[in-house]
Ligand binder design. Structure first.
Ligand code: 4GX
Length: 249
């Protein structure tokens, strides 16, 4: 997959992508990321990317010319992207389902917004979609771009070593994760659920599914409504919901 990121802080974005699993995916050629300095697409001596808003008011707005020029240079050098994403608090919420959708595209461009925002003509005539990573205000779109690239890249074949672990990811299943323990079996007097030490794989699997569902009912009941479940999970869920009813009486 090809990804182009347009930003006024290319060093920040480049450094984050060079590290860890994503860095390895880029080094191994599974992910082709190019980071572009928005200022390289300016034509004036001072490399100005922002200006005051028409109509007045506080703050600055990213000018349209450098953003259009940057995407046009990307088109010429790297081909026509399948999506041009603007990171913005006004965007559709970025979720795991959105990550899966993007992971099936061959080439995406991500534009990092800054200041009070971008000229509306960028939103309407350059970006093909706007994505928000959550309802909070950040200082710029660089962290959202990195969040999006990270979540998408780990879905690409061969990026995360264990394919099975990606398929079993909590949001891919529609429930939260089960509790994890590692050695030692007793730590400061705190034990580990005995079933995990029993070696009974079927029972361990069932315990994990029950605990994952219990945690999801408790913390994120909203996830349960559209989750896909097999018959065993449906039965476990029913059982837990009934237990809860009783507990509430
Ligand atoms: N999820 N921000 C972008 C500037 C801006 C405003 C409007 C384009 C349009 C954010 C988020 C986020 C703050 C990044 C405002 N750019 N982006 N920036 N939450 O809060 O994506």
């Amino acid at each position: 997959m090809k990804v182009d990121i347009v930003t006024i802080f290319p060093e920040m974005v480049g450094a984050a992508l060079a590290t860890g699993i994503i860095g390895r995916a880029i080094a191994g050629g599974r992910l082709d990321v190019a980071v572009h300095d928005l200022r390289d697409a300016t034509t004036d001596r001072h490399r100005v990317v922002d200006d005051v808003p028409f109509g007045g008011g506080p703050g600055m707005v990213l000018k349209p010319e450098p953003l259009f020029a940057s995407v046009e240079a990307i088109r010429a050098a790297r081909g026509e992207p399948a999506a041009v994403i603007l990171t913005s608090p006004d965007g559709r919420r970025f979720t795991h389902a959105e990550a899966e959708r993007l992971s099936r595209l061959p080439h995406v461009v991500v534009l990092c917004g800054r200041y009070e925002g971008v000229d509306e003509r960028v939103r309407q005539h350059l970006a093909t979609e706007e994505l928000s990573i959550g309802d909070y205000v950040l200082t710029g779109g660089e962290l959202p771009a990195l969040v999006i690239v990270d979540a998408v890249a780990r879905l690409l074949p061969g990026v995360v070593g264990d394919e099975q672990s990606v398929a079993r990811d909590s949001f891919a299943r529609g429930s939260l994760d089960f509790p994890q323990y590692t050695r030692p079996a007793e730590f400061r007097g705190l034990g580990v659920p005995p079933v995990l030490l029993s070696g009974h794989h079927r029972e361990i699997e069932r315990w994990r599914r029950r605990e994952a569902l219990r945690r999801t009912i408790e913390r994120r009941p909203d996830l349960l409504k559209d989750g896909v479940r097999d018959r065993d999970d449906a039965a476990l869920l029913q059982e837990l919901l009934e237990q809860r009813e009783k507990g509430a009486e």
